[in-house]
Design a protein around this ligand. Structure first.
Ligand SMILES: [Zn+2]
Length: 355
């Protein structure tokens, strides 16, 4: 178990086991937590994928849903949007479940669990991925580093040279971690050709959809329709090709947002009401992106900035937490224990600075 993961689990288990999470849950009223998942998997660790952080083991998701169904109030994102727009108080201990990108495992593994516990979720889809245009760009980078026969590559990018060590699987994983921020910093117009340039340098062919390892495969539109007809899932927008919107020019941004909306409407028959900014941190979207999302008819947009939704939260910058990696982490998050701890720490530091 990696030390970082271990420390996260220990901290979360301590917050839950000590009763602090129950205490926080009873105090944090009128707030909602939005959780973000990506894909699920049955057997994590398949050597065909270097980065497993986007594919949560299905048994963890099942345990999280069991916890949420028993002790929390799972509401749809549409319910949250309506309550926020009418200035209504959010139900206590409310939680919204979301998935990003649009993986087939959302239908194959998550959907039966949502139905089993009668829970609702929003799946934010990258429409070009579902259309079969191209695997997601970060999947191509992962597979190129994982499949190359090269053991070393000096890769010039963003005015510097990143040395990629590729001799072992662990080194490939470390090289992927080093490389991803460089790709995320590129202009959207350069991104695709830089991915192609990397594949060429590593002597790896671009992956076809059929070659993708199972957890990386996209939803089909039939799967998406099936989930929406049941009433357990809404489909939201996540752009057409998953660029970071702040790296796009105005025309690219408009195309990504409008095409995504139009493709969802054409396939599902309803206009999507919510959008999720790819990558979603403060520097990954800007005011222009926010305005274009609103202009395209979306009623709300989710970020990946940690925080809880309360009466003052902007509908176009809804905070979300990343995927919990254990049921303890889920409880420490949705109970408000992490936020309470953070606020206490902040108050203590402030008080000490006044001494
Ligand atoms: Zn995404």
């Amino acid at each position: 178990m990696p030390p970082v993961f271990e420390s996260r689990v220990v901290k979360a288990a301590a917050l839950v086991g000590s009763g602090f999470a129950s205490f926080a849950r009873s105090r944090r009223v009128g707030e909602a937590t939005i959780l973000t998942f990506h894909g699920l998997c049955e057997n994590s660790g398949d050597p065909g994928i270097l980065d497993w952080s986007l594919h949560l083991p299905v048994e963890v998701f099942r345990s999280v849903c069991s916890l949420l169904a028993a002790d929390y109030r799972v509401i749809s994102l549409a319910d949250l949007i309506e309550a926020q727009s009418k200035n209504q108080t959010l139900p206590d201990n409310s939680v919204v479940i979301t998935f990003d990108d649009g993986y087939a495992s959302n239908h194959e593994l998550a959907y039966p669990i949502l139905k089993r516990f009668d829970l609702h979720a929003t799946v934010f889809v990258t429409t070009g991925f579902l259309d079969g245009e191209d695997p997601l760009w970060f999947q191509r980078v992962d597979l190129a580093l994982g499949r190359t026969r090269k053991e070393l590559l000096d890769w010039p990018v963003n005015g510097k040279v990143v040395r990629l060590y590729l001799g072992t699987r662990e080194l490939r994983q470390q090289s992927l971690v080093a490389l991803m921020p460089e790709f995320k910093a590129l202009r959207a117009s350069e991104l695709r050709q830089e991915v192609e340039r990397l594949e060429l340098a590593l002597e790896v062919a671009p992956p076809s959809f059929r070659e993708l390892p199972a957890p990386m495969r996209p939803l089909t539109w039939d799967m998406a329709c099936d989930m929406t007809f049941s009433g357990h899932v809404d489909i939201g927008g996540h752009t057409h090709s998953h660029p970071i919107l702040s790296r796009c020019d105005s025309a690219e941004m408009r195309f990504e947002i409008a095409t995504c909306r139009n493709r969802i409407f054409a396939e599902i028959g309803d206009l999507p009401s919510a959008f999720a900014y790819p990558n979603g941190k403060e520097t990954d979207y800007n005011r222009e992106a926010l305005l274009l999302v609103r202009e395209a008819g979306f009623k709300a947009a989710c970020t990946m900035i940690n925080g809880r939704v309360d009466e003052g939260t902007s509908l176009f910058q809804l905070p979300r937490y990343g995927s919990p990696e254990s049921v303890w982490e889920a409880e420490a998050t949705v109970s408000g224990a992490y936020e309470t701890l953070k606020e206490w720490r902040h108050s203590c530091l402030k008080a000490m600075s006044m001494l």
